[in-house]
Design a protein around this ligand. Structure first.
Ligand code: URP
Ligand code: ZN
Ligand code: ZN
Ligand code: ZN
Length: 447
């Protein structure tokens, strides 16, 4: 028998519209959305009265089982996705990291990691060096593997960073392939100098991380990437916009008509850097990520930019390391593996800081957490909408419930949580999703 489901009486929310309606699902696909739908008794019925029925969250930025800074992120495609589902996120897009510079080998390695999946996912790909082989492989990835977004690192000197010359080559290649260029925007040479200076001054603790790579270096690289993308005339997606400095560059470019997308991540919207000065190393080290979480004020400014459309969607950069891994940097902050959690917390904390606070509407919430990501990566309206024909990746959001975040009960494998102790009054419940369907992301932005 087929798999039939009716979600009754909830407020169905899409980015463009909300209405009280029933949603009828068969075999993981939404069949109908109407004020009243009558069904036979072979259909499982869920009463959603007083609750919101929404497209599941889509996290555009995760790093599951990523090999990074001499270790491996502890959430893999199973535990990371379990955490995502527990938090109302039903799809994520991860970054394939090339294996010794080979995109093909990197893609195969990530296909293998992703075999543990329990929900849909897509892939971006990182470009960490440049030559003729990489250029040809990019074409292969786009034409045969469904990858259509490439991240270039302007930081992590000595490992992932590439020069402006290679950044230009990469942007040109993206343009010719109709792919979307993404940047990690920090001035890697200046960061390297800043780090050396901190160590020379005897500042070896986690606060040295923030002090060595200030917002001005993020602003500079963001401006440079935006201008180079303009020079090449290709769209640009700035990942993890963490500072006012970077946000203002995105704002200026968009105002001038340039096709630039800015992605703040949950940590940048909801935290400030005071934790990095905590006297307990383990506590401070869990907040180390790049670009760094900024001083109080940047968080509120990024929230405002999101609510006014200057920034378009929310990611997490979920990339988690246990305390024992963070402790690699006990004597030198440069060795603390960079990354924080968020895949499980994004939906509830964004609701709390953006909707409960009155900064955005419920339809805006759906746009920022799901629909806009689906549109940018060309999987809308299969994902990101409650419409006939869409995948039934549906969540029921209860605005009169509660959450209380703690590492003791979260679903991620990491032994800490940067949102430890945070409470709010919302919960999410996954009612249906298309499981185990391989689904790659393709961008819709054309140059
Ligand atoms: O600190 C971070 N962000 N770790 C993940 C890698 C990256 O730069 O996104
Ligand atoms: Zn990055
Ligand atoms: Zn990242
Ligand atoms: Zn799919």
């Amino acid at each position: 028998s087929s798999n039939k489901l009716l979600i009754k009486g909830g407020t169905v929310v899409n980015a463009h519209h909300q209405q009280i309606a029933d949603v009828y699902v068969e075999d993981g696909i939404i069949v109908a959305v109407n004020p009243t739908i009558a069904v036979g008794d072979d259909v499982y019925v869920i009463d959603a009265t007083g609750k919101f029925v929404m497209p599941g969250g889509i996290d555009p930025h995760t790093h599951l089982e990523m090999e990074f800074m001499n270790t491996v992120a502890v959430d893999d495609f199973f535990s990371g996705q379990a955490a995502a589902l527990a938090g109302g996120t039903t799809m994520h897009i991860d970054f394939v990291i090339p294996t010794n510079g080979s995109l093909t080998a990197g893609f195969e390695a990530y296909e293998k990691k992703a075999k543990k999946s329990c929900m849909d996912y897509g892939f971006h790909m990182a470009i960490t060096k440049w030559d003729e082989t990489v250029s040809r492989e990019m074409e292969l990835m786009v034409k045969e593997k469904g990858i259509n977004s490439f991240k270039f690192f302007m930081a992590y000197k000595g490992s992932l960073m590439i020069s402006d010359e290679l950044l230009l080559e990469g942007f040109k290649k993206c343009k010719s392939l109709g792919a979307l260029a993404m940047v990690h925007a920090e001035n890697g040479d200046a960061v390297y100098e800043g780090q050396k200076k901190m160590i020379e001054l005897g500042i070896t603790g986690p606060e040295g991380h923030a002090l060595s790579r200030p917002a001005v270096l993020e602003g500079e690289a963001t401006a440079r990437a935006i201008r180079l993308a303009d020079f090449v005339n290709t769209p640009l997606y700035v990942v993890h916009v963490m500072s006012i400095d970077a946000m203002e560059e995105v704002a200026k470019a968009r105002k001038s008509g340039q096709r630039v997308i800015g992605e703040p991540v949950l940590s940048g919207l909801a935290l400030d850097d005071s934790w990095l000065w905590h006297p307990d190393f383990d506590t401070a080290a869990k907040y180390v990520m790049s670009p760094p979480i900024r001083k109080q004020g940047h968080d509120k400014a990024l929230q405002a930019a999101l609510s006014t459309g200057v920034l378009q969607l929310v990611g997490t950069d979920h990339c988690v390391f246990n305390s024992t891994q963070k402790a690699f940097g006990i004597d030198d902050f440069r060795k603390i593996p960079n990354g924080v959690n968020g895949i499980e917390e994004r939906m509830r904390v964004v609701w709390d800081i953006m909707v409960e606070s009155g900064q955005i509407s419920v339809t805006d919430y759906v746009r920022l957490t799901s629909t806009e990501c689906a549109r940018i990566f060309n999987i809308y309206p299969k994902k990101g909408a409650i419409l006939p024909g869409s995948d039934a990746d549906i969540i029921i959001l209860n605005p009169n419930s509660s959450f209380d975040i703690t590492a003791k009960s979260h679903h991620s494998r990491v032994d800490t949580n940067v949102y430890e102790g945070r409470k709010g009054k919302v919960s999410t419940f996954i009612v249906s999703l298309v499981q185990m369907v391989y689904c790659t992301a393709r961008t819709s932005i054309k140059s």
